[in-house]
Unconditional design. Structure first.
Length: 276
């Protein structure tokens, strides 16, 4: 499938840091936000379908190729990532946008829509890592998993921390790669290693409440895979309990990377939702 042509932009966030993003297609703006340890190319299976209807703006968050690798003092999905997203909206002179966001990118998208509802038209969240929505026991369990990864980084360094994070996030797909391929992937991602510990901390620290879900103003489509991480269904249930009017769908035969595992389903559901 040919990749639609795009134009890559880079904006300065401050004197030392820059942020890269790509613009593809024409029409209403659709911001696409990747998850941690990914980049804008994770959405390759959405581009042809979406670019027929929308002007796609695909960010590379810090720690990704083309954007800065320095970890800012206030790094987090609801702090620096949110500020960087706002900087792109300003650079593109966008008063309001649609959002299509995966994993931790979904946490940033939720924060923008919650904090600045007039800037957001419609939102599609794919497996958002809104950890604080979970009940206390589940929150403690996932926090312990993240703390274990952070402890490895403190004891053995960033490379070991990165390996542990990729192993957790990659699941069966990662386990099926041979050792040589795993080492190649880890080498390519080495620049992201300093972000691992602060990223997992920020996921646990992002304040998200059930009241936030009840008061969420933008029309929302939530998609999650039926074979994803144990906590994703718990997060989805919190949306279902607090806002039964929201569109929430389980995608069959899909894991955490639902947009790649079942691209056709995700693309169809998204276009149908955004064009209503």
């Amino acid at each position: 499938m040919p990749r639609p042509p795009g134009e890559v932009h880079s904006i300065k966030i401050n004197d030392n840091d820059c942020l890269e993003y790509e613009v593809i297609g024409n029409g209403p703006p659709l911001i696409m936000l990747h998850g941690f340890l990914a980049n804008r190319f994770t959405f390759s299976r959405q581009l042809e379908s979406f670019a027929k209807h929308y002007r796609l703006i695909l960010l590379n968050f810090r720690g990704c190729s083309g954007s800065s690798y320095a970890v800012p003092p206030d790094y987090g999905v609801g702090t620096s990532d949110l500020e960087d997203l706002s900087a792109v909206l300003e650079a593109e002179n966008l008063a309001s946008v649609n959002l299509f966001a995966h994993s931790s990118g979904g946490a940033t998208a939720f924060a923008l829509a919650r904090n600045s509802p007039t800037r957001v038209d419609r939102v599609v969240l794919l497996e958002p890592t809104l950890i604080q929505l979970m009940p206390p026991a589940a929150y403690r369990k996932i926090s312990a998993e993240y703390d274990a990864i952070i402890a490895i980084g403190e004891a053995r360094g960033g490379a070991a921390c990165l390996r542990e994070a990729v192993t957790l996030a990659g699941g069966n797909a990662w386990a099926q790669l041979d050792q040589k391929k795993q080492e190649e992937v880890l080498l390519a991602m080495a620049g992201s290693a300093p972000f691992v510990s602060p990223h997992f901390r920020s996921l646990c620290e992002l304040k998200v409440t059930e009241e936030d879900v009840r008061n969420f103003q933008a029309p929302l489509l939530l998609l999650y895979g039926d074979t994803s991480f144990w906590f994703q269904e718990i997060i989805a249930d919190k949306f279902r309990e607090n806002r039964p009017d929201l569109m929430l769908k389980t995608v069959q035969n899909a894991g955490h990377n639902v947009h790649r595992d079942q691209a056709d389903t995700v693309n169809t559901e998204t276009i149908d939702f955004l064009t209503k």
